[in-house]
Design a protein around this ligand. Structure first.
Ligand code: TPP
Length: 551
């Protein structure tokens, strides 16, 4: 053991132990000394961001690809800038550890009027603001630091949601001993009797169901059953789909995959395959407004088996205390022994060839992109026409797709792409962002260039907030944005700019730019000019549903 081993080192060793090898954030005087430990740490690298909101988004993107992420901010001003991003991680079940460098314990106890406080001597305001958006919080002290670090990290991993640590500068420096074990999520103890009743109910329901379908969504990814579902669908496929939040769970080119389910706004063959089944097995699904075109799904409880992270429902009957893994294992074994759980022929979607002529529209844009995506890509689509258009893509094997349709904070995807590329430097990252969204968080393009990243960025320029125009106020000036010269931005954000930029308005130009981008070893920014009022089909239904619900 090193003599000067401290709480700071212990925390960093814990991060590395959960596979977190990059810490995103912004320095401040309350975390500067901790940052010296970060710089010296052999397995955790500091990744400075342009602001804390971006750091939170980057840690979230990193966490979705790596299993967990972390960010470091300073007290008050820093952590409150990050709060939107961490709330998104909470809503969408991404384990991100928020570490806040705070004033020393003694000055907190004296209630001194310090900078970055509200000037009232109360240092608890901000961690209390984090209570509703983190699974566990701790204010570290000399007595509790290592124990509380472990507790918060374990809860974060078990619940797949953010954890919050307030780290006073003096506590970070206190002596500690290195951890001797690895933190693992607390497993739910299997209750054999309950699992047996669950199996019997599943058997009974499936034996009366000539047609069974599988609908999986993002919680299947977050709670670690993605590979099990993929193997199941590969070995003995049944008609299966995801919702937009879970897109990328399956190889969408495999037999049985029918498409992205969006309630009444689904393509007819998807709706028929899912809603027409006698029993639908839902794994990790949450029906939220935008991805169901305003809750238009027709999946009554009596015809569904619903697998959630820590419980399951068969018809109307709930079984608590069953882990998602155990429930999926049970389903797989029952389905394998049930001759009815086989694949009925599902009509293949019509083969699509990219258009290579004419002015770009939403239709030709998505067709051209479809032809460009290859196995293993990481695709990010921001809230707006980007995410809803991406629902229609058919993703090849091992494509990871990052969207944020529940929290829906525009601008999320650009920093998240920075985080994803940091986690997976060898994979091709394709970012789809609206012009409005990009204006919120574009600064992180500078960090991408600084770190030599080479994502392909498709900046969808439809001259303002198209999705908002479709909901309300098509011609109102509140839906206009400042017109930026997008292709100049990378040069403004980097001294030695290793980027290549295109502005395309013809389909053939887009296809050529994508082709060129995939061969050049530089960051690519393609500004895609699209008609202002053009919408992907799915978004037309979604915006109609949202306008109706708000009236
Ligand atoms: N602010 C945040 C942080 N998140 C939001 N979702 C909104 C405001 C409301 N909002 C939702 S979509 C949108 C806005 C302002 C416009 C998105 O415009 P753009 O990125 O250009 O995409 P487009 O719809 O034009 O493709």
């Amino acid at each position: 053991m090193q003599n000067d081993y401290s709480v700071a080192d212990y925390l960093l060793d814990r991060l590395a132990g959960c596979g977190i090898h990059h810490l995103f954030g912004v320095p401040g005087d309350y975390n500067l000394q901790f940052l010296d430990n970060v710089i010296q740490h052999p397995a955790v690298h500091w990744v400075g961001c342009a602001n804390e909101l971006n750091a939170a988004y980057a840690a979230d993107g990193y966490g979705r690809c790596q299993g967990a992420g972390a960010l470091l901010t300073t007290f008050g001003v820093g952590e409150l800038s990050a709060i939107n991003g961490v709330a998104g991680s909470f809503a969408e079940y991404v384990p991100v550890l928020q570490i806040v460098g705070a004033p020393c314990r003694s000055v907190q106890q004296r209630g001194e009027l310090l900078h970055h406080t509200l000037g009232d001597g109360d240092f608890s305001h901000f961690w209390r603001m984090y209570e509703p958006i983190s699974a566990a919080q701790a204010v570290l002290t000399a007595q509790n630091a290592c124990y509380e670090i472990d507790r918060v990290i374990r809860t974060m991993l078990s619940e797949s949601r953010p954890g919050y640590l307030m780290l006073p500068a003096d506590v970070a420096k206190m002596a500690a001993t290195p951890p001797v074990n690895v933190i693992t999520p607390s497993p739910l103890q299997p209750n054999e009797a309950r699992l047996d009743s669950f199996r019997h109910r599943v058997q009974a329901m499936l034996s009366e169901s000539p047609h069974v379908a599988l609908l999986a969504d993002f919680l299947a990814h977050r709670f670690g059953v993605q590979k099990m579902l993929q193997c199941w669908m590969k070995d003995s496929p049944i008609p299966h789909a995801t919702l937009l939040m879970g897109k990328g769970l399956f190889d969408e080119t495999q037999p049985g995959f029918v498409g992205t389910y969006s309630g009444a706004a689904s393509p007819p063959q998807v709706r028929e395959a899912i809603e027409g089944a006698d029993t639908v097995i839902c794994v990790g699904v949450r029906f939220t407004d935008t991805i169901t075109a305003g809750f238009t799904q027709q999946l009554p409880a009596a015809r569904t088996i619903d697998i959630q992270p820590f419980s399951a429902r068969v018809g109307e009957e709930w079984f608590s205390g069953i882990s998602m893994q155990d429930a999926v294992n049970t389903l797989i074994s029952v389905c394998r022994n049930n001759p009815r759980c086989v694949l009925d022929p599902v009509p293949e979607p019509s083969a699509r060839s990219p258009y290579h002529s004419g002015t770009l529209s939403q239709h030709t844009f998505w067709q051209t992109l479809q032809a460009f995506i290859r196995p293993g890509d990481i695709l990010l689509a921001d809230q707006g026409t980007a995410a809803f258009g991406a629902a229609s893509l058919r993703l090849p094997a091992e494509v990871e797709m990052l969207t944020q349709p529940l929290w829906g904070s525009i601008g999320y995807c650009l920093p998240a792409a920075f985080g994803a590329q940091t986690a997976c430097p060898e994979r091709r990252v394709i970012l789809l962002s609206g012009d409005g969204a990009a204006q919120l968080t574009i600064q992180e393009l500078g960090s991408m260039l600084r770190d030599g990243q080479r994502p392909i960025i498709l900046l969808l320029n439809n001259d303002g907030y198209t999705v908002e125009r479709a909901i309300h106020g098509a011609h109102q000036r509140y839906n206009d944005i400042a017109r930026w010269n997008w292709t100049h931005i990378p040069h403004a954000l980097s001294h030695d700019c290793q980027a290549e930029c295109w502005r395309v308005s013809e389909t053939v130009q887009l296809a050529e730019a994508l082709e060129a981008a995939s061969h050049h070893h530089r960051l690519a920014l393609i500004e895609v000019m699209l008609p202002q009022a053009d919408l992907p089909d799915l978004l037309r239904d979604v915006t109609h549903a949202l306008e109706t619900r708000n009236s």
